[in-house]
Design a protein around this ligand. Structure first.
Ligand SMILES: Nc1ncnc2c1ncn2[C@@H]1O[C@H](COP(=O)(O)OP(=O)(O)O)[C@@H](O)[C@H]1O
Ligand SMILES: [Mg+2]
Length: 234
């Protein structure tokens, strides 16, 4: 489902180059549920965005859900993401003028889930995460934890084969987070979906089948203190 080889992404800031992530090799098979861990700033969000096709790295092979993303342009990657991938962003990325229900439906617009019963499926997902009585609230009228759960529903609406989640439970209390994770993992194992979840919570990581520490994927450039900053010569 996921095969990365020699992937590297850097950012230039003035005369400084910041290595945002480096992955020599990462293989995740279809149906696996994987926790991606690592200290803050080690490139977890960057890797997830590369897997989703949002970001294109400077180099490397990226084979995700049947497509070589490193060979595709932006429009083709967007189309591939809409059809195959459900993404829960660390910053949620809900549209403020729209209600919870409309935001979940928006996910269907960009994928293959826009069929006749999309509204019923969106409502059922919101019910499942305990937001049955908040469907017509806008993001500004919801708590952060509730917004996060709306973002999870939006990622699931297209029934994607690959679910990528960036600390999706970071703002949940333990009981609610546990319930939402139960629901997601149930959906995933019932339908043989692949899940990659960035998490800082050892309890959540333990629930997954496998834990991958980003620091162990970067071969000879490995550091334990976050992204490597390299001063380039002027
Ligand atoms: N747009 C950007 N410009 C410059 N540096 C960036 C940018 N985005 C991320 N970085 C740097 O890349 C590193 C990895 O970021 P990120 O993937 O968000 O880490 P994590 O999710 O593990 O906390 C960080 O050191 C961050 O400062
Ligand atoms: Mg992050």
């Amino acid at each position: 489902m996921i095969h990365l080889r020699d992937v590297q992404k850097s950012y230039s800031r003035g005369d400084q180059t910041v290595l945002a992530c480096a992955v020599d090799r990462l293989d995740i098979e279809s149906g696996e549920q994987v926790a991606l861990i690592g200290r803050s700033g080690t490139g977890k969000t960057t890797v997830l965005h590369i897997l989703a096709g949002i970001l294109r790295p400077d180099r490397g092979e990226i084979d995700v859900a049947g497509a070589r993303l490193d060979k595709l342009g932006e429009a083709a990657r967007d189309n591939h993401r809409g059809r195959n991938i459900g993404m829960v962003y660390q910053t949620f990325n809900l549209l403020q003028p729209f209600t919870a229900l409309e935001n979940v439906l928006m996910g269907a617009l960009f994928g293959r889930g826009a069929g006749g019963d999309a509204k019923e499926r969106a409502a059922a997902l919101l019910e499942k995460v305990g937001l049955g009585d908040r469907m017509h609230h806008r993001p500004g009228e919801l708590s952060v934890g509730q917004v996060q759960r709306v973002a999870i529903c939006r990622a699931l609406i297209n029934d994607p084969q690959l679910i990528l989640m960036d600390e999706p439970l970071g703002n949940q209390d333990k009981a609610t987070g546990g319930q939402v994770l139960d629901m997601m993992l149930q959906i995933a194992s019932d339908n043989d979906k692949t899940v990659v979840m960035v998490t800082h919570d050892p309890g959540s990581a333990e629930r997954m089948q496998r834990t991958v520490d980003l620091a162990t994927l970067r071969g000879d450039t490995a550091t334990s203190s976050g992204a490597t900053s390299v001063e380039t010569s002027r």
